[in-house]
Ligand binder design. Structure first.
Ligand SMILES: N[C@@H](CCC(=O)N[C@@H](CS)C(=O)NCC(=O)O)C(=O)O
Length: 421
């Protein structure tokens, strides 16, 4: 028999560990990494092939990721222990996704990246109470290049997105949050318990505290009404079919079927209502406002084309990347992920293009402000929330100063209430 005692690190040891981690992070940042997410479709394997071709040099690492839903059927602690000790690819049983990861490895081989002879390290981590958890294998080439194959577990993404969004709304009240799940039959109770536990873990990662979790069995709407008087605000996340559930959902979330049906089938803001007219897509709204007010629009056909060229670039690359990055970092609080890295790189690329253009233009299409400037400047005033140092782009800065100095200009937070962060 062996006894192990837990030891704590001395300050010196802890500093050494932190330094090693810091060095590893720095090394990692200096490497180029390509992520291919596969879902078993032919298109996703094309991404793997593309990644391999794109990542030809040895300073480029490749990550292949398959995300599978939590498997309610895999209730075995034994399975977890076994996987913890074993490489998922030769564990002797096939988890969903493993077949596709094997296919991805074959594709890499076809493209000249044969990982079979490289030393490998397998890792297993518990996740979401799933018996098989998260698994990864890292292959390291003799030149220090890494290919990582990951099988991750995630809760059903749509309902978790709804939980995330609703929790952000609920925090606005500043009141303690209770998570409540209703199972329609007794046999669904454990799934409901698991759902609230998963949601609680998700919110913890977003630094949102959950004061209480509750589970009931019955008709969801009735159960919610019964408990309702105890709470100040009720945010219902699940897809509601009955009128009552739709009433609860009201206009809370943009994927609300009622919002999509009645207001904007695209599920997006902004929406402009003017008399009987309802318009969506900011570019179309700006165009309409320019036409109605006779200001900030095109004065001839070539200006019109130039304005649309920049609005489309803005919607596709500039604001699209900046806004999504700001949302992920500040509101969804995902931390740094391959997605935020990708979006930041994409945003910086677009910023450089606009900055270069502004070296020779006072405003986007020339000497006067147009709706193209309005479209492009929608997000640039959010400062640190953008997580991009805009100060280094001097032409962009001067353009922002010119816009700021225009009569009537206001910071976005002076025009709209600020969402909680
Ligand atoms: N191209 C659209 C983009 C609109 C957009 O992405 N709006 C965000 C809010 S700023 C939104 O409604 N997102 C909800 C979602 O993506 O589900 C436009 O310019 O109007």
């Amino acid at each position: 028999m062996a006894f192990f005692s837990r030891t704590t690190l001395s300050d010196r040891q802890e500093a050494a560990v932190n330094k090693t981690l810091q060095n590893l992070r720095t090394q990692r940042r200096n490497r180029f990494r390509a992520l291919a997410c596969i879902d078993g479709t032919d298109e996703s394997f094309v991404t793997v092939r593309f990644g391999a071709r794109y990542c030809v040099q040895s300073n480029c690492d490749l990550i292949i990721l398959f995300v599978r839903p939590i498997d309610q059927g895999l209730h075995s602690g034994g399975l977890q222990v076994r996987l913890a000790r074993q490489n998922m690819l030769d564990a002797g049983f096939e988890l969903p996704g493993v077949r596709h990861l094997r296919r991805a490895i074959e594709i890499l081989k076809e493209e000249g990246i044969d990982v079979s002879a490289w030393p490998q390290e397998a890792e297993h981590q518990d996740a979401w109470g799933d018996a098989a958890g998260d698994n990864k294998i890292e292959y390291l080439s003799p030149e220090g290049r890494s290919v990582v194959v990951k099988l991750k577990t995630a809760p059903d993404s749509r309902s978790m997105q709804a939980v995330r969004r609703s929790a952000v709304l609920a925090t606005v009240t500043g009141e303690p949050i209770t998570l409540f799940s209703v199972a329609t039959t007794e046999s669904g109770r454990s799934a409901a318990e698991e759902a609230v536990a998963n949601a609680k873990a998700l919110l913890r990662a977003m630094k949102i505290n959950v004061a209480e979790t509750r589970v009931a069995v019955g008709t969801p709407a009735e159960e919610i009404i019964e408990s309702g008087s105890l709470y100040k605000v009720i945010v219902v996340t699940d897809e509601g079919r009955s009128r009552l559930q739709r009433l609860f959902r009201g206009s809370i979330a943009t994927d609300d079927p009622a919002f999509r049906h009645d207001v904007n089938e695209m599920g997006e803001a902004p929406v402009l209502e003017h008399g009987a007219l309802r318009l969506t897509q900011s570019g179309v709204i700006l165009d309409y406002l320019a036409e109605r007010t006779g200001r900030y629009g095109a004065e001839n056909a070539s200006e019109r084309r130039e304005i649309w060229r920049w609005i489309l670039f803005d919607n596709h690359k500039f604001t699209a990347s900046l806004a999504t990055l700001r949302f992920l970092v500040n509101f969804a609080k995902t931390g740094e992920t391959p997605v935020t890295e990708f979006l930041r790189a994409r945003a910086i690329n677009a910023i450089k293009i606009v900055d270069g253009h502004l070296a020779e233009h006072t405003f986007i299409i020339g000497k006067r402000l147009t709706i193209a400037d309005v479209s492009l400047s929608g997000y640039v005033f959010y400062g640190d929330e953008l997580t991009i140092p805009l100060a280094s782009y001097s032409n962009l800065q001067k353009w922002m100063d010119r816009i700021r100095a225009l009569p009537g200009w206001k910071h976005p937070y002076d025009l709209m209430p600020r969402a909680p962060m």
